[in-house]
Design a protein around this ligand. Structure first.
Ligand code: TRP
Length: 335
């Protein structure tokens, strides 16, 4: 298939802490596999990150680290676009325009805004409120066909489609209306201590609940050893065994083996042996990534080059859409 004909996929991640194994299995690992079939944009959503208070030095560092991690997992900056959101001015510009095409009633319905307002009650700022509009701009600037979204971002993609449809309804076909991309594989990874809830990088109350991509191999092994299972002793995939099933999902995701094959492999094993097997599989997957991360993150010149070139490539595409949009709404046009 020629480059031109490939569909465009847009994905982004906030630089708010080291991604977890859940982020890796649920998002990053899939992104890597999209690269043959699609033209991809991989964004570091640092403008979204400042909707909650950040330490500036840490945010800057985590932004670079996330770029290094993208490279370490095998995202290719030559064939695709890896960039930092704030490096592309078009994001800020289109966000304002799209704000004027978004109803407060729509934003009031966003469950993430309600959750985050409850969590950050001392800082319910307007950016937190219009966060989905900034996100809509990310997607629409690149005329994206598809956006891989987990359950927590589904509503945001819906509002993006509504905003785009509304704008197109007034001005003609300016934006491509994006569809959700549902990965072929990819289980939802749950917390190791609380397998009823998703493993998320922000849910760090209990360090043993979350495996971080950059956790030392022995830390990974120990966290998995401490994972909650049940009083039963049988390794079996079943709804009434959330802890064991979660570990089987993890094993299946990192080895690429289907669940039934994974379960068969551990049939008759005690939980100790099972957890050792899962731990080793996770370490085998993450250790090479950690090694590459070290290399990329210490090569400041190369990282900066990737970021600058990514920003240029992204800006070029984004500005084409932005120029159209500005014309449509009646901003001055200069020859
Ligand atoms: N809000 C997303 C998250 O926290 C990150 C994000 C920003 C994003 N812009 C995006 C995801 C555009 C998909 C498309 O996970």
């Amino acid at each position: 298939m020629s480059e031109e004909k490939k569909k465009i996929i847009y994905s982004a991640m906030q630089p708010s802490g080291v991604p977890s194994l859940g982020n890796y299995i649920g998002a990053l690992k899939n992104w890597k596999n999209l690269q043959d079939e699609y033209n991809c944009l991989f964004g570091v959503a640092n403008m979204h990150a400042i909707t909650v208070r950040q330490n500036p030095a840490e945010l800057r560092q985590r932004t670079k680290d996330l770029v290094a991690l993208f490279l370490a997992i095998g995202l290719d900056p030559e064939k695709h676009i890896i960039y930092v959101q704030s490096d592309v001015k078009a994001h800020a510009e289109i966000a304002w325009i799209l704000n004027c095409f978004t109803y407060m009633g729509e934003l009031n319905r966003m469950t993430q805004f309600k959750d985050k307002s409850a969590k950050h009650a001392d800082n319910i700022n307007a950016g937190l409120y219009t966060y989905p509009v900034l996100m809509a701009g990310d997607i629409l600037l690149y005329q994206s066909d598809l956006v891989p979204v987990g359950a927590d971002q589904k509503q945001h993609l819906e509002i993006c489609r509504d905003i785009a449809g509304r704008f197109n309804g007034v001005y003609g076909d300016v934006f491509k209306i994006p569809d959700p991309y549902i990965p072929k594989v990819g289980a939802r990874i749950m917390g190791l201590q609380n397998p009823e809830r998703k493993m998320s990088k922000s849910e760090s109350d209990n360090v043993n609940n979350v495996i971080y991509i950059l956790d030392e191999p022995n830390v990974i092994r120990n966290k998995i050893k401490r994972a909650v299972t049940d009083s039963d002793t049988e390794v079996r995939y079943s709804e009434d065994k959330p802890g064991v099933s979660n570990l089987l999902n993890i094993y299946s995701a990192v080895t690429g083996k289907p669940i039934d094959e994974a379960a068969a492999e551990f049939k008759g094993c005690g939980y100790g042996e099972f957890k050792t097997g899962v731990g080793e599989a996770v370490v085998a997957e993450l250790e090479p990534i950690q090694q590459r991360f070290k290399e990329y993150s210490s090569d400041k010149a190369y990282l900066e080059k990737v970021m600058k070139e990514g920003a240029e490539k992204a800006s070029y595409i984004a500005n084409k859409t932005l120029t159209k949009v500005k014309k449509k709404v009646g901003y001055p046009i200069y020859k």
